[in-house]
Design a protein around this ligand. Structure first.
Ligand code: SF4
Ligand code: SF4
Length: 439
């Protein structure tokens, strides 16, 4: 049997790239791209750098030329004419790393602007998966994916610490709601399993809302994020998602509600059914969709006057362009504030913040990331908004840094849940005051 060590890394790369050839990659990997250049101006990385190598078509061609050689009949006959390459060389890996991990956030804006429907991010995701398989992926993403898996392996020691933290957060929820019976249930059978991120800001506001409407819910022991997705590593991505799916099945929930996190929503809503060969045995929604339902049903008293500062909404690429969740956050924001301003362009044409695709985690690529966020900074500045609402923690982090780097004068960047809680608590204040006075 031949060991991995004996196989040249370029041959392994060729094999791994080939493994990732599927229908979507296939239609984008051959001559569907006419090199018309329409996609070029749609990419925030190209707009920020002016570097044609980093345009969608420039990045895709690095990978496409290898697929063409084995999958395109014209390239088999006239490889020089079509630019097809039969062999991968080791010096290409740095270009792939730059193109796939650093200079592409997998935002899909180029896809919606391509008249031929070329799926450039699918080609770059194949490159990500290949680099990961041959040990050339960014180390930090690898470590974050492994850390998520390790949490399940050391669940007993972790859960004691987690429950202690939740007790502290529960006290905060009770105080804010002025309700000593408010709870953050963990590990309890319920209708909803809410999956947070790390950080109280993804637990406390949602707990306030679930308590205010009297929802049947439980908090997941695990985080929603799935860094293996950024690595294009389906095996590890499945393991990370499976922890939550097992928990949801054990608790018998009807619905999995994902925190305001773009890639986690994509993982559970769209990718998991493909990974596991069919629909999950429960509904999957973003918390933003749930908030929209609560507001529409009039289950939350809201005082929008508390949120009078001019504000705008940034569509996370995963939730919006890839997931179609555009109107739900806007309806909640409009109900909970008084000066909402749309960016131009917006919704499916909204620009990526520049920090997607796992880029926010890459500290040594910060300068590039901030530069790639230039088009987003311009969009925000044009609205005149001083507060940005977004439904993704990565976007929130990036936009906060854009605010400082580009002098946008932002007071804060918050989630839809936090904005809604401000309006909810403002509306409850007179009621709580009255109750105290009557005592
Ligand atoms: S990816 Fe689409 S828009 Fe871009 S050059 Fe190719 S065909 Fe034109
Ligand atoms: S997916 Fe986004 S970042 Fe990547 S090439 Fe297309 S527009 Fe650029």
């Amino acid at each position: 049997m031949t060991s991995d060590i004996e196989v040249p890394i370029t041959d392994r790369a060729k094999e791994e790239l080939e493994k990732r050839f599927n229908r979507l990659v296939g239609v984008s990997a051959t001559n569907l791209c006419t090199h018309c250049g329409w996609c070029i101006d749609s990419c925030h990385v190209y707009l920020a750098t002016g570097d044609v190598r980093l345009s969608p078509v420039g990045k895709a061609d690095l990978i496409r030329r290898h697929y063409k050689r084995s999958h395109d009949w014209m390239s088999k006959v006239f490889p020089r004419w079509t630019g097809a390459k039969s062999e991968i060389t080791e010096n290409e890996f740095d270009d792939w790393l730059e193109a796939a991990f650093q200079a592409c956030t997998l935002c899909e804006r180029c896809v919606v602007n391509c008249p031929m429907g070329v799926e450039t991010p699918q080609l770059l995701a194949a490159a990500r998966g290949t680099l990961t398989a041959i040990g050339k992926a960014p180390e930090i993403l690898d470590q974050l994916a492994n850390a998520a898996i390790a949490r399940e392996e050391f669940l007993d020691s972790f859960s004691e610490y987690f429950l202690d933290q939740i007790t502290v957060l529960e006290a905060e929820v009770r105080e804010k709601l002025d309700d000593p019976t408010a709870r953050i249930p963990v590990n309890e059978p319920a209708e909803i399993l809410y999956v947070p991120l790390s950080g109280a800001h993804t637990i406390v506001p949602q707990a306030i809302i679930f308590n205010a409407v009297g929802a049947s819910w439980s908090l997941s022991m695990f985080e929603a994020s799935n860094y293996a997705m950024f690595l294009g590593d389906t095996a590890r991505a499945k393991k990370i998602a499976m922890r939550v799916i097992n928990e949801a099945e054990r608790l018998g929930v009807k619905e999995l509600v994902i925190s305001e996190c773009g890639h986690a929503y994509t993982a559970f809503r769209w990718e998991a059914p493909k990974w596991f060969g069919g629909p999950l045995p429960f509904k999957v929604r973003s918390i933003v969709e749930v908030l929209d339902e609560y507001v529409a049903e009039g289950r939350l008293p809201i005082d929008p006057s508390i949120n009078s500062e001019p504000l705008t909404y940034h569509d996370p690429c995963n939730l919006g362009r890839k997931g179609g969740v555009f109107d739900e956050p806007r309806r909640v924001i409009e109900a909970a504030s008084t000066d909402f301003r749309e960016m131009t362009p917006t919704k499916a044409q909204n620009f990526c913040c520049g920090g997607g695709g796992g880029l926010v985690a890459q500290l040594d690529w910060r300068d590039q990331r901030i530069a790639f966020g230039g088009p987003k900074a311009d969009q925000i500045a044009e609205t005149g908004a001083t507060r940005v609402i977004t439904s993704c923690d990565n976007c929130r982090h990036q936009i906060n840094e854009l605010g400082d780097s580009y002098g946008l004068g932002l007071s804060e960047v918050v989630s839809v849940s936090e904005l809604l809680v401000d309006a909810l608590l403002a509306a409850r204040q007179p009621v709580q005051q009255l109750a105290k006075e009557e005592m």
